[in-house]
Write a protein that binds this ligand. Sequence first.
Ligand SMILES: NC(=O)c1ccc[n+]([C@@H]2O[C@H](COP(=O)([O-])OP(=O)(O)OC[C@H]3O[C@@H](n4cnc5c(N)ncnc54)[C@H](OP(=O)(O)O)[C@@H]3O)[C@@H](O)[C@H]2O)c1
Length: 309
Amino acid sequence: MATTFKLNTGAEIPAVGFGTWQDADAQENAVLEAIKAGYRHIDTARVYGTEKAVGQAIKKSGVPREELFVTTKLWNNKHHPDDVPQALQDSLNDLQLDYIDLFLIHWPVAWKRGDELFPKENDKAVVEDIDYVDTYRAMEKLLSSGKVKAIGVSNFSKAEMERLLKETSVVPAAHQLESHPWLQQPDFAEWHKSKGIHVTHYSPFGNQNEVYSKEGTIGKMIEDPVLVDIGKKYNKSGAQVALAWGITQGHSVLPKSKTPSRIQANLEGDFKLSDEDMQKIRGIDRKLRFNDSSADFGKDFFTDLDGKK
Ligand SMILES: NC(=O)c1ccc[n+]([C@@H]2O[C@H](COP(=O)([O-])OP(=O)(O)OC[C@H]3O[C@@H](n4cnc5c(N)ncnc54)[C@H](OP(=O)(O)O)[C@@H]3O)[C@@H](O)[C@H]2O)c1
């Protein structure tokens, strides 16, 4: 049986979700393959340009809407509260859906209003003075429309989370953040648990994503001997152990793949590790953050979190 977790809304979220960032042209097939293999949770975002592909794949799969959990994310150019309802509608149209299960603020930074996804001046992102608290309040209002079942955030610092909880009325259902055995953030994980906020791990394979360039010097996280060794006991790979590490903590994980054999293998990362093995993995936390866009996005992110250089 596939593992699921309960959100603070009462809805169930599957532990393994299918990531759809990059390889946009391959995504319709990949998502269809994933749904056929048994994935019931799909993660997309306006900025990925994959919502149409996800929508097509869902339609082709024939799986009833209520059996799927679909997340999408509000991009930085649509943070103005007046823009939020239409941004959601645009995503719904591309996804060919009447509602999404989870709508997230993708990054806590607002860019110039308009349709340009990456507005730039002199090679720098054009930032607008729009408070993410106001953006979130606009998302709260969407809940009563039925077009969004739950709301949450991604890439927030601890201070940003605390402010959100203090100044808004709906506790985020989920926080999607970078986490893997080389960036464990145990205190932050514990904090979310204490507030009833579900944590979802993106880039669960650490530096396996080719855009995270450090791999030449430090090797691949999924080949870390501790993960590989533990895997031997369960007849699993290092990659599958990395997914199980997240799930054993009660978090969801979002592996991405366009390769059928890996799509299948990653679903089989849904199993539980023993306390002893969790302890062993505790020892390999390198506090390495691979996705920090602070230099390009016009804001310093993650300032109070592990892995900030
Ligand atoms: N909220 C955010 O800001 C944010 C940021 C980053 C990611 N995300 C979400 O999280 C998802 C996953 O993160 P990610 O795409 O950065 O990285 P990832 O899932 O950790 O890694 C993906 C890479 O690993 C390869 N791969 C997949 N399964 C493998 C396996 N079993 N063994 C070896 N290699 C494997 C894939 O190759 P192939 O595809 O070629 O098989 C791809 O190159 C994204 O797709 C997106 O939905 C969200």
